[in-house]
Design a protein around this ligand. Structure first.
Ligand code: UGA
Length: 468
């Protein structure tokens, strides 16, 4: 099929590249000429596994880049809107980009098309898109609006696209449903999974995925409700972790016991320093705003947000209780991205904690495998950036693990022990077994588990002892 994808941001790029890999002809549309030139030249603006590979495979063949939305609409059977919906001050989503795209699409509606909202938007948006396209002169019989929310996670977006748990398609009639079925046919028929060049299958993937057809309003609500539920799951376990700390229980054991109930499930039950990113914080507030507008005060979501904020402050209090005073302390910070596998620092709890530590007068030496360039734009005075985790740890009063990067879970502990000033690790992501840390001579503090303490022999003294 011929498909236009409007917006070459995170969702648009991944969606366009994946559609091309499914065999469709894709035009990626953006109004930023600089971005288009960079993309045409082979640059990939985001850190995402397999994206570079797919863009290289299809650039100039099944993927074209264009600044002309009307022409792209004319040439396509489906137009996916994947532009930003940033939050306004009151927490609801700013839909002005969606509106201006809809206005422009209207001029290219010649012959039947399905206009698909892919951006995360509040309920009723698809109705508004239809109204705007009609107001600007398109004939009602020439187009339908569908809602096709995405459930991609940053860092694994391409794999998530190709191996989804489900594909949700919200439509108002069978004609639009049929177009959407055709677009996802390569996945739902299983065709894609038999190809030799297919993106590697993740272990737990169940294929082919189910395509769930709903009304447009239901599809819009599915997206907000899914993100809100996942955020709630994280805040729930973080609250449980706090109780574990108070009573001396171990949240990991509690998670095992709770998560093995198949009605609850073990995923998204990892306690930590709270969720961040460009989705959960924004979508939670947007969903609350939508609910309020429609007469429901969704206070549960406010509480989810409050617990999330508190989780970060709690961790900071823990650092303080271990170090006593902050001023002049040298802290190694491992992780700045909002989660592992991405260079994204938007609403990153790690970054917010670093800013707090700096305000308290700490000296921070930070390392992140992907997010340092972005972090450098935000963090200026008081932060040193290291070339790896060990360089960051050199001479540190304590090591703080703030992002769940795989490489931070596999550190050479002997080497680390020899580099730090004091063997103290505060792990905001529970990456280590406390007993193992003590074996390696560290005092280890994590989230929702009892602290594992050892005699904190400074590295210098340890070296002297060894020599003796
Ligand atoms: C999230 C959803 O998981 C996707 O399904 C959705 O498509 C996406 O938002 C979106 O709306 O675009 P993402 O923000 O990329 O994806 O990241 P997640 O993997 O969900 O992690 C979000 C935050 O929660 C991170 O800060 C992570 O560290 C934290 N988290 C996650 C935990 O603290 N504990 C967990 O058990 C899981």
């Amino acid at each position: 099929m011929r498909i236009a994808v409007v917006g070459s941001g995170y969702v648009g790029l991944v969606t366009g590249a994946c559609f091309a890999d499914l065999g469709h002809e894709v035009v990626l549309v953006d109004n930023d000429e600089k971005k288009l030139t960079a993309l045409r030249d082979g640059e990939v603006p985001i850190h995402e596994k397999f994206l570079q590979e797919l863009l290289t495979r299809h650039r100039g063949k099944r993927i074209q880049f264009s600044g002309d939305l009307q022409a792209a609409t004319r040439a396509s059977e489906a137009v996916f809107i994947a532009v930003g919906t940033p939050p306004t001050e009151s927490g609801d989503a700013d839909l002005s980009y969606v509106e201006s795209v809809a206005r422009e699409i209207s001029g290219g509606v010649e012959g039947y098309k399905v206009v698909v909202e892919k951006s995360t938007v509040p309920v009723y948006t698809s109705q508004w898109i239809r109204t705007i396209i009609l107001r600007n002169g398109a004939a009602p019989s020439q187009f339908d609006v569908a809602s096709n929310p995405e459930f991609l996670r940053e860092g694994t977006a391409v794999t998530d696209f190709m191996y989804p748990d489900r594909i949700v398609v919200g439509v108002e009639n069978e004609r639009a449903a049929e177009v959407m079925r055709q677009i996802y046919g390569p996945l739902t028929s299983g065709w894609y999974y038999g190809r030799t060049e297919a993106i590697p299958r993740p272990e737990a993937a169940k294929t082919p995925p189910r395509l769930i057809v709903t009304s447009t309003k239901s599809a819009e609500l599915i997206k907000h409700a899914s993100n809100a539920f996942l955020a709630m799951k994280i805040s729930f376990i973080n609250a449980v972790a706090s109780i574990c700390e108070s009573v001396g229980a171990n949240v990991q054991q509690v998670c095992d016991g709770v998560g093995t109930d198949s009605r609850i499930g073990p995923r998204f039950l990892n306690p930590g320093i709270g969720y961040g990113g460009s989705c959960f914080p924004k979508d939670l507030m947007a969903f609350r705003a939508v609910a309020k507008e429609n007469g429901y005060d969704f206070r549960l979501l406010e509480e989810v947000h409050r617990i999330n904020e508190e989780q970060r402050h709690r961790f900071l209090r823990k650092v303080r209780s271990v170090l006593w005073t902050f001023r002049g302390k040298r802290l190694a910070v491992l992780g700045l991205a909002f989660k592992g596998g991405t260079d994204d620092i938007r609403e990153s709890p790690a970054l917010l904690l670093v800013q707090e530590l700096l305000r308290e007068g700490c000296h921070v030496c930070a390392y992140d495998p992907a997010a340092m360039e972005r972090a450098k734009e935000v963090l200026t005075a008081g932060v040193e950036f290291a070339s790896d985790a060990y360089a960051a740890a050199k001479g540190a009063d304590a090591v703080l693990i703030l992002t769940e990067w795989e490489e931070f879970a596999a550190l050479d502990l002997e080497r680390l022990r020899a580099l730090v000033k004091y063997p103290i690790v505060l792990d905001g992501r529970n990456l280590y077994d406390p007993a193992v840390m003590v074996e390696h001579g560290f005092s280890y503090y994590s989230v929702g588990r009892p602290a594992a303490l050892t005699e904190e022999v400074p590295a210098a003294v340890l070296k002297k002892k060894e020599r003796a």
